[in-house]
Design a protein around this ligand. Structure first.
Ligand SMILES: Nc1ncnc2c1ncn2[C@@H]1O[C@H](COP(=O)(O)OP(=O)(O)OP(=O)(O)O)[C@@H](O)[C@H]1O
Ligand SMILES: CC(C)(CO)[C@@H](O)C(=O)[O-]
Ligand code: BAL
Length: 310
């Protein structure tokens, strides 16, 4: 079943809520792939009524970004949702989400200005605003997001805490092609040559993660591994390649000293901008350090490749 307006989605969920059912939401921008399927499957097991939203949110795209080119495959998306046991697809139109006069935005300060936010200054306020609207319209008990968009998970967690939203956030692992490329709706916009070059992101992340797990202590040396590997592929233009604190998203300096970290990067191939990240787990982690839920899940993450191919 597909609904297209905030009032219809709210109305549709009234009986489920009255019956005390647990409502799960997987927000997407469509062009669904195995990464989305993995989140949907996890959410299916985690709720009674499963809602998938499909909305290419214009407010999270900058003026010169790829909103017009963003892939749209609605009929196929509906078929996949059907196969995966989705109860309700919520596919609002842009005027339904942003009627004339719309004037409110939510901004998570600080975290929204760095890394992805430095390249895409209004991106995360678009994301936070639309996710808050989806939460208000659907009132899910739980919502699932992918760790591929690591910064997004940190920002949305902050928003849920700061605004007392009472929605449980859960995070799914990054699903990859057999050659390591993280699945992304934008991969289909890559030329064959750029598609062949793009696994360099994963190679760089793996080399960095291996160095740390084998005892490399110097953050600068690991950062250099990322850059050297990415620079070995002339088709890619690096936007950023950094070693970050997974909670504050600040650039790490000095020695790891058992601290958990994340390697995060964004690389352009022609007009297509790809992001990826990987946990860096030190050889001897600080065992008693408390971990926030994202870091705990992220650091415990194994490699996930497309079923049957990896
Ligand atoms: N490879 C992946 N593995 C797991 N989850 C993913 C993957 N790719 C995207 N997701 C998650 O799916 C949800 C919807 O993402 P979205 O629809 O933007 O897809 P996308 O593939 O990230 O598209 P793009 O990066 O090209 O915008 C987000 O929570 C995102 O983190
Ligand atoms: C969370 C989201 C669906 C909001 O439009 C989007 O940012 C995405 O797909 O990651
Ligand atoms: N998943 C990221 C959505 C975007 O790039 O706008």
């Amino acid at each position: 079943m597909v609904v297209a307006t905030p009032s219809d989605v709210r109305k549709h969920l009234v009986p489920a809520r009255a019956a005390g059912k647990r409502i799960g939401l997987v927000p997407t921008m469509g062009a669904l792939h195995a990464g989305h399927a993995s989140l949907i499957t996890s959410c299916r097991k985690d709720c009674d009524v499963l809602v998938v939203s499909i909305f290419v949110n214009p407010t999270q795209f900058g003026p010169n970004e790829d909103l017009d080119r963003y892939p749209r495959t609605f009929a196929e998306d509906c078929r996949l949702c059907d196969e995966l046991g989705v109860d309700l697809i919520y596919a609002p139109t842009t005027p339904a989400m942003y009627p004339p006069g719309f004037a409110t935005t939510v901004r998570v300060e600080g975290l929204s200005s760095v890394w992805e936010g430095a390249s895409r200054p209004t991106h995360f306020q678009g994301v936070a605003t639309v996710v808050l609207k989806l939460f208000q319209q659907i009132c899910p008990d739980v919502a699932w997001f992918g760790l591929k968009d690591f910064q997004q998970t940190v920002i949305l967690s902050r928003m849920v805490t700061d605004l007392d939203l009472g929605v449980e956030l859960k995070f799914g692992p990054t699903i990859r092609e057999p050659d390591g490329l993280a699945l992304s709706s934008r991969n289909r916009l890559l030329s064959p040559e750029d598609r062949a070059a793009a696994p360099v992101l994963y190679r760089a992340l793996k080399r960095a993660a291996e160095a740390v797990s084998q005892g490399e202590e110097e953050v600068d040396r690991v950062r250099q591994i990322l850059w050297d590997t990415l620079n070995s592929e002339p088709r890619g233009r690096v936007d950023y390649a950094e070693i970050l604190d997974p909670v504050e998203l600040t650039r790490l300096e000095g020695r790891f000293q058992g601290r958990p970290a994340v390697a995060a990067l964004a690389v352009r191939f022609g007009e297509v901008r790809l992001i990826d990240n990987h946990p860096l787990t030190p050889a001897s982690p600080r065992s008693r350090e408390p971990r926030d839920p994202i870091t705990a899940q992220f650091m415990g993450d194994d490699e996930h490749f497309r079923a049957g191919e990896g």
